[in-house]
Design a binder for this molecule. Structure first.
Ligand SMILES: [Zn+2]
Length: 331
């Protein structure tokens, strides 16, 4: 009997597509899930492996550790966190457990954000997920048969997430750098860069100049950006500095591997959104009016850009939240 067919490798429910991006460089692209997982970039060096970002829970990172073994027998030496959000570092603890010499690396700003905000948010999740579970249970009671299966799957994921977040042993970075850190390996150079504020105050970009690959965290994703901790007015400028780098492949925080063309469409949405909010705020409009008008103005130009993941992360909902954040910052 195949008791565990619903589970991924390592007993985790997270699913990843491993895609080769260049020699020794892979993207583990996370499938959309009720509790979102980020992508992981895997970089094999002469003396060990670097992975970038560790998902929303340890079991997801364990799936990667297991899949890594099919790619290389080398140990993980470096784990990079691109920013302090839960879905990018809650799996950290898995790596020092599996590889005792693994160092966790980020910049000063992001490490401090993990200490000051990230740890507190773990406690918030422990407190909040039970009411989320209660709501899912209530929704299941009143659901149509068609909705029920999805809600029941979500409930299962919420319950397993709660168990994991309760047991989390947050592993903070063991190395923090100020602006830039460069690793020179026999076969490659890896740059960890801070290009300014965007998705968070401390976004880290990982750049491989020889292979022309960049890993962006959530400063660039495959659906509408999340700006809840972000700096909408700085974002496009940070992406302009990114655009000055020479690369052909982008491994984003979420969504499929892409090329430079995605940067243009994404940047133009962010810049247009901020500019349109500014114009509407200048008329003295209320938040609700600004939301409505900005979305109406942006939809013809930008809604189709974000169509791929629209069922999972609808553009209109994301854009409304972006407008709200920007409104608060420019008012
Ligand atoms: Zn994020």
């Amino acid at each position: 009997m195949d008791c565990c067919a619903h589970e991924g490798p390592g007993g985790g429910d997270a699913r990843f597509d491993i895609k080769k991006v260049a020699d020794g460089i892979w993207a583990a692209v996370a499938s959309p899930a009720y509790k979102v997982n980020c992508n992981t970039a895997i970089i094999e060096n002469s003396d060990g492996v670097m992975v970038v970002d560790t998902h929303s829970k340890p079991s997801a990172a364990r799936v990667i550790v297991e899949q890594l073994r099919d790619l290389t027998s080398k140990p993980v030496r470096y784990v990079v966190n691109t920013h302090f959000h839960w879905d990018h570092w809650h799996g950290n603890e898995v790596y020092p457990q599996a590889y005792p010499d693994a160092e966790i690396v980020t910049n000063d700003i992001t490490r401090e954000a993990m200490v000051k905000k990230g740890l507190k948010r773990i406690q918030d999740h422990v407190r909040q997920v039970p009411s989320e579970i209660a709501k899912l249970k209530a929704d299941i009671q009143s659901a149509s048969p068609a909705q029920r299966a999805k809600l029941e799957a979500d409930l299962k994921l919420a319950e397993s997430y709660l168990a994991e977040v309760r047991a989390l042993k947050p592993a903070l970075p063991t190395i923090a750098f100020e602006r830039t850190m460069k690793l020179y390996r026999r076969d490659r150079e890896i740059q960890l860069l801070h290009l300014g504020r965007a998705h968070t105050e401390g976004d880290v970009f990982v750049y491989l100049p020889k292979e022309k690959v960049v890993i962006t965290g959530d400063a660039l994703i495959g659906w509408t950006p999340y700006m809840g901790d972000g700096y909408p007015e700085d974002w496009a400028g940070t992406l302009d500095r990114l655009a000055q780098l020479d690369f052909t492949h982008i491994i984003m925080g979420h969504g499929d591997v892409t090329g430079r063309e995605w940067l243009d469409g994404f940047r133009s949405y962010v810049a247009d959104m901020v500019e349109t909010v500014r114009q509407e705020v200048a008329t003295g409009a209320t938040l609700d009016e600004v939301k409505q008008r900005v979305i109406a103005k942006l939809a013809p130009r930008h809604e189709k850009t974000f169509a791929t993941y629209n069922d999972y992360r609808p553009w209109r909902i994301g854009a409304a939240a972006n407008v709200e954040r920007t409104f608060a910052m420019v008012s």
